[in-house]
Write a protein that binds this ligand. Sequence first.
Ligand code: PXP
Length: 246
Amino acid sequence: MTCELSVNVDHVATVRQARGGNEPDPVRAGALALQAGAAGITVHLREDRRHIQDRDVHGLRALCGPGRGELNLEMALTEEMIAIALAIKPDRVTLVPERREELTTEGGLDVALHAKAIEAGAARLRAVDIPVSLFLDPEEALAAPTRAAGATIVEIHTGAYANAGDPAAVERELDRIGRAAVAFEREGLRVHAGHGLTVTNVGPLLQRYAFTELSIGHTLVSRSIEVGMEAAVREMIAAIGAARRP
Ligand code: PXP
């Protein structure tokens, strides 16, 4: 099974927002990523609109579509965001926790604490055929509640793996991720991963578990400054393709 790449273009918008103009354009960056072989585009529409704006989501909705690429809308589970998702109809919604003061999404969703709200939100999205993914820490115990809440996809948070400082910590995190991935798969969920992934650390990750999709942003936007978005995406697709599967 191939592992697809969804390119997160949030930080293209971060650079644009630094000057408040129109450049660089995350929709144009998304088009280049798809041209280079990405399977889809991800954006996180935050409550504070610190990077991606509503108009970007509309632009990406027009860009993506059947045969062109999948639009994955990351969002917090709020009434405002549910209404936006129901109106724009992304190809998938990924529910993430969101705190105003964080630099990036720092932890997975607490699926036990918010079970009822997630179930209700997922039901509203599924009613208009939008599949729901939950961004979760690599915990085996979260597999059954995720299925029960009505999600069909899980994105495992790989931040702790990406930030692990020594080989023992890397191994510990890979082990956690691998065991959690198997538990989620047993519940019938599609298993994706993301956060902090690079051309260097995707190999060992994919060797541990054959994820069906990786969601990658910061390193691609950074690398695109040196080689352009298309080349950066091609490099990542090559790194994913070169990884030996379990
Ligand atoms: N997945 C989720 C749920 C995220 O919040 C992020 C960060 O925006 C990513 C994946 C991508 O992480 P990175 O930008 O570190 O590649």
